[in-house]
Structures are given as C-alpha cells and as structure tokens.
Design a protein around this ligand. Structure first.
Ligand code: ATP
Length: 235
C-alpha cells in the first residue's frame, strides 16, 4: 500500500532522514520505534507532505505522492494524527469532527461516520457540544484520532498517541486502534516511544536511529530481540 524508497528529508541544512526505505501492506499495523530525535515524526511528515522529502520516492497504492500538497495526500486516503494532538480548542467536539471531513461533501455518510465514532468513543458523544480544549488529555487524543478518521483514510498515521497519558487511557486508545484496523480494514502506521506497547500492538516494526532504519522484523521477533530489549524496552 505504501512504499518509501531512499527518502532523504532535511530541515535547512540538517538532514533528518538518511535514505529511508520501508513498506506497509494493506491491513497491517506497522510501528516505527526509536529514541527522541531519531526521525520518527519526520518520517510521518514526509509521508503526509508536511515536510516534503528532498530525494527519494513515496508511492501510495502505486502512485507517487512525494511533492504533492498535504490536502491532496489527505484526499487520496492518508490522514495523520500529529504528536501533541492539536485539536481545535475553541471548537466543539462536533465542530472538530466536521473539520476532519472538510474535503467531503457526502452529508449523509458524514452523519453515519460521526455515529460510528460515537460508538467507538462514547465519551465524545457525551461531550459533543463541549469545546475541545476543555477535554482531558486522553479525550483530546480520542478526538484527534476521530477527526483523522472523518477523512475516511485507508492509511492512518499516528504520532505518539500514548504521549503524556495515563496507562489505562493508553490501553483504551490502543484497543480502539486495533479495532479500527480489524473492523474497518484501516492500515495503521504507528510512531511510538513506548516500544513495548507499540510492538505488542503492531504486526511488524522498524527501528530507527539517527535518521536511519537499523532493523526491520515481525513485531514479536523485535520484542524478543536482545538489542531491542536493551535499547528500547529497558530490560
Ligand atoms: P521525538 O520523539 O522527540 O519527536 P523523533 O524521532 O520524532 O523524536 P524528529 O522529530 O523527526 O524525531 O526529529 C529528527 C531530527 O530532526 C532531530 O535531530 C531534530 O532535532 C530535527 N528536527 C526536527 N524538527 C526540526 C525543525 N523544525 N527544525 C530543525 N530541526 C528539526
């Protein structure tokens, strides 16, 4: 579904991604783990077009998307949930969800999707008329994921969904990520610093260090790998 070939991404003169190549197949949950500053968020932003790569190719369903503007990439079926959530704090929950559907004009289907989201996250239904900024951190993460789902993505990019949240809330969010993957057949690319949780959720994983991919394997193999355990699982 998604193929990155020799991606090089820069911030000015600083090279954040050094010849990154990876593949994601339809229906998979794939995770990218690595330390702070390894280049995980930059990988997601290269895919979504927010920080376009300077070299290399990104193919989505066999079509090149590198160099396309972010809104075109969204309309092709890729939605990103950015790190730190970034919902619209002064808009209500419902208005935030509407913003996620801004490229769509199928009003009835939009209504159905909101009903589906309220089934996934009943707390958002209860808070539908509350400004997003008044929600708890966990509820804001649920809203950020829901807003991305309103674009009906085939591929969902999640950047650090567990960041700053209590373990129970994190568990609930990851349960829903698995549900979106299995029930909705949405492919998921998950960037996480919580490597243990990410590898337990994903089918496959990539490990990144200093802008390079240093390992790629099935998630259970990475979980059992001595180097990964020492460096990322604190074991
Ligand atoms: P984190 O988990 O801390 O977000 P990360 O693995 O997602 O880390 P990136 O945010 O992708 O890493 O950063 C990769 C490299 O690019 C780092 O060296 C970082 O300092 C640098 N970088 C990130 N954003 C910018 C920016 N806007 N301007 C300059 N350098 C940046």
């Amino acid at each position: 579904m998604l193929k990155l070939q020799n991606i090089e991404t820069f911030y000015g003169n600083i090279q954040a991604l050094k010849s990154i190549s990876m593949d994601i197949a339809e229906g998979e949950i794939v995770t990218l783990i690595g330390a702070n500053g390894a280049g995980k968020s930059t990988t997601l932003m290269s895919i979504s077009g927010v920080v376009p790569p300077r070299a290399g190719e990104i193919l989505f369903q066999d079509q090149p998307i590198h160099g396309l503007p972010p809104n075109t990439i969204v309309s092709m079926g890729i939605s990103q949930v950015p790190e730190g959530r970034r919902i619209f704090p002064y808009l209500t929950v419902l208005e935030n969800l509407d913003m996620g559907a801004f490229l769509r004009d199928d009003k009835d289907e939009i209504k159905n999707d909101i009903a589906y989201i309220f089934e996934l996250f009943p707390i958002l239904a209860e808070r539908r008329n509350q400004p997003g900024g008044t929600l708890s951190g966990g509820e804001q993460q649920m809203l950020a994921i829901s807003r991305a789902l309103m674009a009906r993505p085939r591929l969902l990019l999640l950047d650090e969904p567990s960041l700053g949240l209590a373990p129970l809330v994190v568990k609930r969010i990851f349960d829903i990520v698995r549900k979106i993957n299995t029930e909705n057949n949405t492919t998921v690319f998950l960037v996480e610093q919580n490597a243990n949780l990410a590898l337990k959720t994903a089918h496959r994983g990539y490990v990144m260090e200093n802008g390079r991919i240093i390992m790629a394997d099935a998630a259970d193999k990475l979980l059992a790998n001595e180097d990964v355990r020492k460096a990322y699982l604190g074991i």
